[in-house]
Write a protein that binds this ligand. Sequence first.
Ligand SMILES: Cc1cc2nc3c(=O)[nH]c(=O)nc-3n(C[C@H](O)[C@H](O)[C@H](O)COP(=O)(O)OP(=O)(O)OC[C@H]3O[C@@H](n4cnc5c(N)ncnc54)[C@H](O)[C@@H]3O)c2cc1C
Length: 512
Amino acid sequence: MELITEKEFFGMANNGEKQHWDKEVDVVVVGYGAAGGISAITAHDAGAQVLLIEKMPHPGGISILSGGGVAFAHNAEGAFQYLKRTCNGTTPDDILRKMAEEMVGMIDWVTELAKVSGTEPSKTETRGHGTYPFPGTNDIDSIKLKDFQAYSEFPWAKGLRGGARLFKVVYDNVNARKIEVLLSTPAKHLITGSQGEVLGLSAEHDGKVTAIKAKKGVILACGGYENDEAMKLQYFQAQPVYPVYLGNTGDGIKMAQKAGAGLWHMWHFHGGYGFKYPELPFAIRHVWAGPRNEKRRMIWIAVDRFGKRFMDEYPPAPQDTGTRALEFYDADIQDYPRIPCYLIFDEEGRKLGPIGIPIVNDERYDAKWSEDNFAEINKGWIKKGNSLEEIAGQIDVNPKVLKATVERWNSLCDGGEDKDHRRPPKTMMPIANAPFYVVEAWPIVNNTQGGPEHDAKQRVLDPMKNPIPRLYVAGEISSIYGHLYLEAGNITECFIAGKIAGSHAAQQLPWD
Ligand SMILES: Cc1cc2nc3c(=O)[nH]c(=O)nc-3n(C[C@H](O)[C@H](O)[C@H](O)COP(=O)(O)OP(=O)(O)OC[C@H]3O[C@@H](n4cnc5c(N)ncnc54)[C@H](O)[C@@H]3O)c2cc1C
């Protein structure tokens, strides 16, 4: 973001009534991921003339890279109880109730939208319950779309195929409505009126600054701040935390703050531990993604810089809370002893398939992980040793300590119970057959959850809880999740928040 004001741009900051406008529509939606796409579709269907602008040369954001899991509810009261417990007081009840009610209709709505793309949700539900054993857990579940040719449409995006399928449905619906889309058009500043109301925004397009009038409202759906180092430094406990997607740099959060927004949930992010190498600017996730499959063996244990185990490597939501144990700061050594941590596995584990899965929505980069992990061993990303002592030498850990850690682990595997960190029995496997391997692991962020606080109509609130007129948010720019994430709940939130923001913005009377 450039640190210049509208005043410098246009000479009339906070006096947008006199602004010269290059373009004019009813509703401007910023960011073309799932939340932006759904906001645009809904505002259009409610009769508004909509412009959808996207900073990157391609649409999709993180949404196109995701697993495409969509949470739904069998019953609104149960879903509300579950959301209330997982949000743990960080989000007002009326917002959670609205979300729970809308979750009941998710399958029907996705089914309707998916007709345009010739697909439908798979009848197979993911697991039959929520991640945690809280009240209402049996009232929620998630679905994915049936496989169809979605991926070939987005050759620049390489990720989990479910996300491409889901985004294709959003994309096809935007195209079917002929909604105007401007790519490579980053929003820069909100333009406000004398009462603080949002009248439009400035964006960069074709190398020029363009002032776009939004007669009814602006919906910020431009993601979180996973690739903004300064914000992560301020809001996250762990340092560093590497992003999966590069396009989300907190632009919308900063724009909303400048317009007077209060913030919530800033500490919370959806992330696990994974791999990071200087050759690539983004992190690589490990393959134990999504809801925990308690029957699937996980090949490694994680040790800290002293060679000791410190966590259940396979927590209930490996790609959500997986990062939390790494955040520990040791005041005695004035450092983070688990950043990086080290994943240790053996030859049996290596043979079980690739340990990493690169996920990229950026045409500048390509990344692959070999099926047998040999390419990564040859590159030095994974280090190999004929003995545990050799492995200890490679990570500068006391060999006796590392050996004792592995022996303890193997004895726990023999007994079929992780008495130290409660890892599920069927995920355990011993580390016994040379050669041995070690790989550095870092905290990684899939998406942030915090941003401008909003009400049940998705209106952005100032710190005194008053709505900022004509300013809305949808999606991960300002998620309701402020404690534990509802798995598959971010995409669902993109849909529900986008629907609420889009229809509410479209109903406003034009300010001119
Ligand atoms: C690997 C992975 C798997 C996941 N799996 C799931 C899952 O199965 N289910 C689930 O619910 N969630 C999942 N998530 C999380 C989920 O994908 C995201 O939270 C969600 O897609 C965010 O959608 P969004 O529309 O808010 O943001 P995005 O999809 O990131 O879209 C935001 C867009 O805004 C653009 N933008 C940024 N700044 C500007 C600007 N200044 N001007 C214009 N445009 C801008 C960005 O380039 C981007 O295209 C997963 C995440 C990852 C990384």
